[in-house]
Design a protein around this ligand. Sequence first.
Ligand code: PGA
Length: 255
Amino acid sequence: MRKPTVAGNWKMNGDLENTKCLVAAILKGLEKIENTEVIIFPPYVYLDSVGQQIRNVKISYHSQLLCGVQDICENDNGAFTGEISTTMLKDFYCTHIIIGHSERRHIYKENNELCAKKFLISANEGYVPILCLGETLEERNNDQTQEVIAAQLEAVIATAGIESFQNSIIAYEPVWAIGTGQTASPEQAQNVHEYIRTVITKYSQDCANDIRILYGGSVNAKNAKSIFSMPDIDGGLIGGASLNEKDFLTICESI
Ligand code: PGA
C-alpha cells in the first residue's frame, strides 16, 4: 500500500517570521488530516528553525510532518564554494532531498549524470531522494515525452541501482506545467505515471508496485482532488500553492 504523500517545495521564498507562521499553521491543520505523509522543503537557512518547531510539538498526529531540502551537493565535503552536503544535513531535522527539480536542470544546467550522483549520495546517506522527471513543452509536442522520462530515470538507475529506489519517491513534473497555471490533465499525468511504473518494472516488479509517484506542476486547492484520484498518482509535489497555508492544507485533505 503506497502512502499518500504531499510535499511542499517552498523554493527561494519567505523569511524567518512567515516561515514560522506557515509551519505553525501546517502543524495545526495536520491534526485533522489522517494517514498522509506531509513533507515541507524550506530554504536551507530556515532548516534549524523549522526543525525546532516540529520537534517541539507534543501532540501526536495521525499524519507526521517531515522536512527536507531542495537540492544537495554530489560531494561529501571539500572545496565546493556555496554547496551543502548530506553530512551537514545530519545536524538538522531532515529526511528527504529533492533531486533534479526542473529549475535545477534548466536554470542551473544539471544533467542526468549529475542528478544520478546526487541521488546516489542521498540514498547512501539514508535520506529519501525525490527524483523529479519531466519533459519540456517542445519535447511533448514532438512526441518525445516517454523518451525523455526514460532517459532521466534510467540514468539514475544505471548509477544508483534499482535497490536504492526502494526508499525513494519519484515526482513527475512536466516543465510546461510548473509555475505556469497550466496543469497536466489527470489523464495526461496518469499516462506518464503509468509509463514510469512500466519502465521500473523492467528492473523490479516489487519496486514498480511500491514506489510512490507524485505529480507536480500547478497543483492547487481546486484541481488536487481530480489529479489525486488517478490510480498511479500517489500525491503531489506542490510549489506556489504550498506557500499558502489554507491552500496547502486543502491539498493535503484532498488526498
Ligand atoms: P508549482 O511548482 O506548483 O508552482 O507549479 C511545482 C514544483 O516546482 O515543484
